[in-house]
Design a binder for this molecule. Structure first.
Ligand code: PLP
Length: 402
């Protein structure tokens, strides 16, 4: 008998399942709107020019392959924190931000979860928006936190359930941890307005909640690095201590390089040093120290004025292409095809994804009849659309809902 004979088969990953069905489909019109990775106007993966130049710069310096320190590349972590918090952020200028490199955004969330499970002095319960990115629950549960939800999405309006959100945060026990998507909420594509963020900040203050920001899409939402950092910067300016997970997967297209950062704002440099020492103790037994290459690329961009400018332009062009697909799709459904239903949310939603409102039955029909693949919840990756396939998508949606 094998040692593993009693291991039960786990369920397949819902998003990778979509990719597999797509791969198996031989129809030339097929479209994959499942995966959350940017695609260019021709539906191809996109390597940023600024990234290619950064790689050349790195290679020309003939760097060694020594181990990084446990918390990673010091230049990279300093610049990543500056990008998120802003150069004039008070805790940054005071030397009070503890920051470590991470295995992209997922790794940052996991380090944060593990650190909170060990050192957060209050009840170790984290509230996630309903719905949230599918990996949040397993990440925080495996980190040792108790996971609960707060209302976020209103099915009727296909918009933010702001009243439900406020009521649930007000009803949460004091000092609970609350996870906030900093921008470009995944999967709904719905973000609070600046005024709503201010109200959320007030509730977090009133209830002594601990805000943990997941910022996987800085720059990708509006095309502006600083606009997309509004929530994080507002909370810090309001005097909140925050935890922050950053990813450079989407905004630099460094998906497989796995480069990110986790940070905590602390009271002063002395406290930061103690927190730093404990971050190292969390990380060392997990993976010892992080990989070099992605951090070097990101740092080359963040530390070089010309490359940074080029990168900002490229981030904006990715965001703009997605925004233009939103407008085009909205116009096709509403004006050209007169598709039944209200489609305004396609235009107003933000970032990589759109929660279309299509039902599991619609998504199944789209896959079987039109070779169009998306997750069962009706979420589409806007980046998968381009001028070559958007018409097939719109007419297929039209037929599916009629
Ligand atoms: N957080 C959210 C909300 C995401 O959508 C993603 C990726 O899809 C991540 C974090 C982490 O991605 P990565 O680990 O590739 O940086």
């Amino acid at each position: 008998l094998s040692v593993w004979s009693a291991v039960p088969a786990g369920p397949p990953d819902p998003i990778l399942g979509v990719s597999e069905a797509f791969k198996a489909d031989k129809d030339p019109r097929k479209i994959n709107l499942g995966v959350g990775a940017y695609r260019d106007e021709h539906g191809k993966p996109y390597v940023l020019t600024s990234v290619k130049k950064a790689e050349e710069l790195v290679a020309s310096s003939d760097p060694d392959k020594e181990y990084l320190p446990i918390t990673g590349h010091a230049g990279f972590t300093k610049n990543a924190a500056k990008l998120a918090y802003g150069a004039n952020s008070i805790p940054l200028t005071q030397g009070a931000v503890a920051v470590t490199q991470s295995i992209s955004g997922t790794g940052a969330l996991r380090i944060g979860g593990a650190f909170l499970a060990r050192h957060y002095p209050n009840a170790k319960t984290i509230y996630l928006p309903t719905p949230s990115w599918g990996n949040h629950t397993p990440i925080f549960r495996d980190s040792g936190l108790e996971v609960r939800g707060y209302r976020y999405f209103n099915k009727e309006t296909v918009g933010l359930d702001f009243e439900g959100l406020k009521a649930d945060l007000l009803a949460a026990p004091e000092q609970s941890i609350v996870l906030l998507h900093a921008c470009a909420h995944n999967p709904t594509g719905i973000d609070p307005t600046h005024e709503q963020w201010q109200e959320i900040s007030n509730i977090v203050k009133e209830k002594n909640l601990f805000p943990f920001f997941d910022m996987a899409y800085q720059g990708f939402a509006t095309g502006s690095i600083s606009n997309d950092a509004f929530a994080v910067r507002h909370f810090v300016a309001e005097g909140h201590q925050v935890a922050l997970a950053q990813s450079f997967a989407k905004n630099m297209g460094l998906y497989g390089e796995r480069v990110g950062a986790f940070s905590l704002t602390t009271a002063d440099p002395e406290e930061k040093a103690r927190v730093d020492s404990q971050l190292k103790i969390v990380i060392r037994p997990m993976y010892s120290n992080p990989p070099l290459h992605g951090a070097r690329i990101a740092n080359a961009i963040l530390s070089n004025e010309a490359l940074y400018g080029e990168w900002e332009t490229e981030v904006k062009s990715m965001a703009d292409r997605i925004i233009s697909m939103r407008e085009k799709l909205y116009n096709m459904l509403t004006h050209d095809l007169k598709t039944p239903g209200e489609w305004g949310h396609i235009k107003s939603q933000i970032g990589m994804f759109s929660f279309t409102g299509l039902t599991p039955a619609h998504t199944q029909a789209l896959a079987e009849k039109a070779h169009v693949y998306m997750t069962r919840d009706g979420r589409i990756s806007m980046a998968g659309l381009n001028s070559g396939n958007i018409e097939h998508f719109a007419t297929s949606v039209d037929s599916a809902v009629k």
